[in-house]
Structures are given as C-alpha cells and as structure tokens.
Write a protein that binds this ligand. Sequence first.
Ligand code: HSE
Length: 344
Amino acid sequence: MQHADVDTKKWFKYNSKIIDCIKIMNSTALTNPILRVRIPATSANLGAGFDCIGIALDLWNSFELYHVPQQKECITIESYGEAADKLPKDHTNTIARVLFEELDETLGQKAPGPLRIVCRNNVPCGSGLGSSSTAVIAGLIFAHAIARRELTAENADTLKRAVLSRAVEIEGHGDNVVPALLGGLVVVTRSANGRLLTHRVPVSSQRVVVCVPDFAFLTTKSRAVLPPALPRYDAIHNIGHAVMTIEALRTGDLKLLAKAIDDKMHEPYRFPAIPGAIEAREAALDQGAVAACLSGAGPGILAFVEKNHEQVGRAMQTCFTEAGLSARYWIMNINETGAEITLG
Ligand code: HSE
C-alpha cells in the first residue's frame, strides 16, 4: 500500500510521538527481525470438553517483526504459506489491528516507527486448528514486547503470561488461545466472578491425525447451529466424559480415551452440517484410530492414532472426497512448549 492510501488519521495517531530509547527497536537492518514468535496449532473441545479443553499441536505459524525506518506505510504484512494470497497486507490484518489497538488503547504507547511483519503460516485457516488464535497472540506479543522496550530470554515467559487473558478476551476461545500460549493439554474455565481459570495438565505423548476438508464452516456459523439450552442428562453425560478424557490423556490410557471421547453438546449438531464428516470419523475408527472427534468447531476431524497414521488420514480424506470436498491431513504430536519467543 502506498502512503497516499494510508488512513492518515490512524497513521498520525500511532506515530505522532516516536518513542525514544527503545532498545529492542534499535535494529534497522531489514534482514534482522527484532523479534520472532512461533505459535502452535491447537485443537479445542476434544469431544466432551466443549469450550473448556484444548491441546497444542506441533504445526506452527511463525511471525517476524521488523523495524523499517525507510518504509512509507505504518505497517506492511508479508504472508507465505497457508492463505497467503487472501490475508490483508496492511493495517487491516488481524495481527496489525491487535498490535496497534493493544499498544495504543491498553498500553498507552505509540508505535516506534514503520513496522513490517513477515508471516510464515502452516496452520490452515478456518480448519478448527486455531489459526486465528495464532494471529491474535502474535499481535499481542509484539505490542507488549514493544511496550516493555527490553526483552530478554528470561522475561519471554512472563510476556506469554501477560498476554494470556487479553488474548482470550480478544479472540474469544480460551480453549484455543491458552494451549497455543502454554502448550500441552489445558483446561480453561471462568470463576463465578468471571475471572479466567486455567490449568495445564501433564499429558502422555500422543500422535494425532487431523483431516481438514475444504469447507467453509466458520466458528460463527458452527456456533449458530447449536441449541441455546441442553437437556440436563446431556450436560451430565458431558461432565463425566470430559473428566475421563483428561484422565485418559494424562495417563495415556487409550482404552479409556476410546470411551471418553463422546459428546452430546456440540458434535451432534455440527457433524451433520459438514459433508462427509460422519463417514470420515467412522473411517478413522475402522482404520484403527483410538478415538476421533471434531477439531474445535470443525470442519477438521482429529483422530488419536497409535499406528497406521497414513491409512487413517487417507481414509478420512477419501470420505470427504466422496462427499465432493477436497481434503488434506496432517500427522502431528502434541506440543508441550506453546508459543516460542526469540529475540532477533
Ligand atoms: N470451543 C470452540 C467451539 C472452539 O467449539 O466453538 C472454537 O475454535
């Protein structure tokens, strides 16, 4: 975007006071980013843990922040990989919007000059693998790193904790955001007074296969198909199964996991809305998957798989193809670290 097209009010607002003495912004070399952030994909719900349980997976979106004094635009975004041609290249991009809003409105600071963000995306968009969480988290981490003016390896972890509740507030889905930041298996809920409660559960190592059809099933749409209230017995069913799911993943008890992943709160309404999804879940189980569920709000399906990973992936893919949708699959491990922040 050329300078003439920039929202000049916004440009002035963010750049009227150039902050001096920003140590982390002293790098002017285009080749050296100030900061790199790597954020993992996540799978929310895991069947009965609707809106409360999520895991991080080892598929990553990476973001690099550069200070480019000679650039005319206040920010430019360069994307590679997944949906690169569809993502905005200017301040309307989610990462830029979150970065500037957080810096200006929450932290009361200004951007130190023109910025460039380079995104290398491996997490498919609109798949149920938390790609939007990665963008929100990246924007927040960049904003807080700029505001802190100095970042060391030691305080990178503090930074992750500092953006946690803001990320949940902005993105809206704690069961994606929290595992993306902290890694592993996470339980997320709120206290009676609305305070965010998170608990990270040590998890036995597991491999999963996630198959994602090319089907637009945005979270807004997939939430709209859910009923406003549930019968009490469905709620009771889910409480029991969610607790068993956590215990099965903690201990690596696959027999328990096979019984635990059964949901009555969202999957009965969402599965029929995704062509080929019911068949894909069955096919995964037929090929020996331990358990299978919708990944987040879908349309991706996640299967816990001990062996024959490729066969399970291909079987799910075939079901979607037969339903008229192209599909891709990924074989992944659970990631234990969550977001990784490194200095330039
Ligand atoms: N728990 C959320 C849902 C996840 O199922 O709607 C959204 O990614």
